[in-house]
Every structure is written in C-alpha cells, then in structure tokens.
Design a protein around this ligand. Sequence first.
Ligand code: HEM
Length: 608
Amino acid sequence: MKEGCSQTTHATGILYLILTDCALRLVLRAGLRVAPSLSSSLLYRAKTAGRSLIHAARAATACLGCGVQCAALLNDDCWATCTATTLVGSTVIQAIYLALAVDGLFGEKLGRRRGVVAAAAVGLPAALLARQSIARYALYWALFCLTKQSLQMALWRYRGWRAPPLPITLPLLGNLVPAAPAFMRFLLRQAKRHFSKEGLFLFWPAGGAPLCVIAHAKAARKILSDRRTFPKGPDYRRKFGFVFGDGLVTAEGTSHARARKLLAPYFRPDRLEAKGVLEAFQSSLSLLKEGDVDVQSFFHLATLRAFCRCLLSEDVDAWKRDHNDGRGDVARFVAEACSFGSLVVGEHMLFDLPMSETLFGRVRKLRRMRDSLRSQVLRPVVEQRRRLAERPDDCLTALIEHQSIDASFTDDDVLDQLVTLIGAGHDTSAYFLCYACFELARNPEIQDALREELSTDDDDLFRRVVRETLRLYPVIPMVTRVASCATTVVDGCGKEKAVPQGARLIVPFFLLNRLPEVWGSDAADFRPDRFLDINGGVAAPSQGFLPFGSGARTCVGQSLALLEARIFLRELLDEYELRPVPGFAPIIKAGVSLTSAGGVRVRLVKRA
Ligand code: HEM
C-alpha cells in the first residue's frame, strides 16, 4: 500500500504542478486587471477590494479545509487503517469543501453543479500541498515553467516563427514587462528592430499561449478574407458576446450572413440622409465652447445622436430609463456605457482575462450597465415601435419585421443587434473625429485648405485627410482571429510559416500603418498627400492599409462614418478655428478602440 501511495504522490505531484501553474497564471492576469482598476476611484477601489476579500476569504477557508481533508485521505496511516465508510465519508466532505472553494472563486461563472464537478477534479492535486515543503515545491514549479516554455518556443521555432529575443521573452512573464505600458508601441518597436523583412512574429502574453502577430500586408489580407480558416473564434465570441450577444460583430456562419443581409442595405450611401447627421451636430454644438476643450464627449454624443437618427429614426435624447430621467440623460448613459464596454472588453481580450463577474468588479459594473441598457432603455423602444401602425423603413423596423418571417429570430436577437449597432456605430466614428481634429489643429495649412474644400462639392483632400488620420490612428487598432485548422501563412521573405489549429492571430493595423519599410522614413508624420500616389478607395490594401477591415467582415458602417466625418468637420471648421493645446499629446491606449487616456484636447477659437 505504501508503494502505491508513493506512486500516487508522484503522479499527483505532477498534476499539482500543472494546477498551480494555471492558478498562478490566473492570479497574474487578475493582477493586471486589478492594477488599472485601483486608480479609477477611491470608493470603487474600496468596494472592489472588500468584495474580493470576502471571496478570497471564503475560498481560502474552504481550500484550507479541503487541503486537510485531502491530506487525511492520502495519509499513509489512513490508507492502511481506513474503512470503506470513512473513505467515502471523507470524500464527500472533501467534495463539499471544494465545491465551496470553487463557488467562492468562480461560482457565478460556473454555476453550482459544474462547480462541484470542477471541485472534484482538483481534489487530489490539492492534497499534495499539505505534504510538500514550499521551497522544494517552488523550485519544481520554476523548473516546470522553464521547461514548458522552452519546449513551446522550440516547437514554434520549428514551425518557422521567431519571438522577440531574450531577455524580453521570459518564462511565465512572456513579453509582459516591456509590453505592458504600451502594447502597440512595443509591437511596433519589435517589428522595426527585429522583424522588418519577415513581418510575422510571436508575442507572448503573460503566461498564455503566444499570439501570432501578422504585420505583413499580403498575409493580413489573406487572413481577413478567409473567414472559414480564420474565424473570430470562441474566445472573441465569449468576450464580445458578453456585451453584444449574437449581434453582427460577434455572430458567425449563417447567423452572421442573415444579419448582414438584413442590415447592410440600410448602410448604403444612397439610403443615408445627411439631414439627420446635420441635426445631430447642431443639437450637440452647445457642448463646445471657446478655449481648451476635450472633444471626446462632444463627438461621442454627436455621433450617437447621428446614428440613432439615420439608422433607427429615433431621437436618442427622448429615451428614458425611468420617469426621473431628463432629456439627454439616457443619451449620455448610452455613450458612457459603450465607451466603458469597449475599454473593459478590449483589456480582457488583450490580456486574455476571463469575463468573470466574480473576479472583476468592472465586469459586474459592465453587466449592470448592459442589463439596464437592454431592459430599461432598448426594450421599451422596440415595444413602442412594434405598436406603431406605420413604421419608418429603417434597421429597427427591419429587425422587428424579420421576426414575422423567421420564428427563430427572438426578441433577444433583436436587442443583440441593436446593442451591437449602437456600440459599433458611434464609438469608432467619435474617436476618429477626435484624432482628425487633433491633427488638423497641429497642421493649420491643411486645416485651411480642408475648410475651403469642404465648402464646395469636392472631396479629394477630405478623403486624403480621412485616410491619413486612419493610418496614424486606426480606431480599430487590431483585429484577432483563430486558426480553425492547421494551415500556413507566408511571411515577407516568401517563407511559409506553419500555423497550428487553435493558434491565435492578431492583425495589428496600428503596426501595418506605421512601418517605415512601407510608408517611408516619415511614417510617423501626418502627411495626407502621401496618398496622392497610392491607388484605392478609402483603403490602400496593397500597402496593408485596411482601416475598415477586409473580406466578409469588412465594416458595414463605412459610408455612415464618412458622411459623419464630412458633415461634422465642415460644420466644426466653419464655426471654429482649431489650434493645438501647448504640451498636449494623446496617450494612446489600444483596446477595442484606439482610446486616449488623457482625452483629446484641442483649442477652439471662434471664427469671425
Ligand atoms: C471611422 C469609423 C470606423 C472604423 C475605422 C471602423 C472599422 C471597422 C473594422 C476594422 C471592422 C472589422 C472588424 C473585424 O474584421 O474584426 C469593422 C466592423 C464593423 N463595423 Fe465598423 N468602423 C467604423 C465605423 C462604423 C460605424 C459608423 C458603424 C455603424 C454601425 C460600424 C459598424 C460595424 C459593424 C457592425 C462591424 C462588423 C461587421 C461584420 O462583422 O459583418 N462601424 N469596423
């Protein structure tokens, strides 16, 4: 029996190493999340910390209990003397303890029943904790990490991939230390220094599997246009789906094709009315005043109003959550909820964190906002539209009427599509306009020429300004895909690199748009005239410049974004002269959208 026990101990030792490895990775990622949230507000910080403490205490108590139970179960004497009854009894108690532990940590995510199953699965490895010396264990664990990551790296090297050279890629931490302050800038530095020719390389997030970075035009186009081999993947659907459900952005396969077919016609340029966009601008103008202004909130509200007028025939300012809401209160709530959602989902995607409400206070806040938006704001809007005898011909009516021909299209599907369109339909345009204003303020000659052109029907310079702004500030800075089967991609040197099934890929537009090899030594400068020699519509695909994506998942709202840009810039430049705010530069943060931590400040001077 003793020999059997020692074999069991070795086996469980290995299991336990793996388990602890996973646990520490989770803790590390959770740490990444906690760090930014700590700075958000004192009250929020205290509340979150309090809740986490309670969860941790519950889990720790339960874990301790379960450790003792497991140790007793595996104890040699116990094995020798225990009867079947005591063995079963201990196992039951152990399962209860573990269920409590797992419930404390992941309860809301897993649900009770799955929690108990998961708890049983970690029972034996946990027992080892009670029997091993911590120092010896730590050594094992470090060796295990080193070996595992070295093996993984060797395997990827065999497939033809390279990662940033040591000491940047560390076991467990991966590229976290140098990349954490500014992820996109880190990738850009690596691409320039080490991978300028091949363009394809690996990024190692902390503790996770590597991301294949696709900073080469041809490979990027191939990946975006082949949606069967490179779908958005389950992780994307899980994280974005937390907010968007099964909307146009997250849906795959027939569900995506159905939504696209239904909604895309409403985004055609001939269906979009300039009048709605102009009214949205004019009703928001009071938010602007002379002086140094952060233009973010203005553009967020104005683009939200424009989207709702043009695509939903709705006045967002008239929406209410309850009777106490004044005019415009809900519009501000919707704009805030969308920006917050974009930030949270972006960070969780990038750092591969679960959308767990138990672990992350911000996810709980996001869920509350999402539920309130759906049930208190949008559901009444849908119901009201349903009751109308004569409905306007727009996206909302199309969604409602589709229910009568497709019984599988539920009320929740209608809300998913609405939340998706509202979310995707104003955040992006708003950030784009912010950065356009920032660059126009710094380039007065271009600003004057554009003002003049916008008062006519010409749009040559306008198109170049749009392209150059989106080149330097791609408001969707990257998109992610997953390899649905083993395949290959060709790098800039013409070499094939193997991509195993399940590999995660990112196409970082931010990088593709700033590589000096492609755009020249002045790649970092704002120079719209560089597009005089480059053919293409809004994009320049041959250069890898794909601001609205490519293939079947290309942006459905491109024409609306351009219409808003033209009208908003024309009206704004007519009213104000834009000047730079001395000492201000945006602090770019790459999430779902390219946000700026300190806002986007511009000096507005009223024109005579
Ligand atoms: C300057 C403004 C905008 C930029 C740069 C932009 C960029 C993009 C990009 C790059 C994608 C592809 C994402 C991927 O492949 O994973 C995309 C998709 C999408 N965009 Fe936009 N977008 C903008 C404005 C808008 C507007 C105004 C709407 C209006 C509703 C919109 C709605 C969507 C939707 C629904 C998708 C998903 C399409 C699908 O998967 O079929 N976008 N956008």
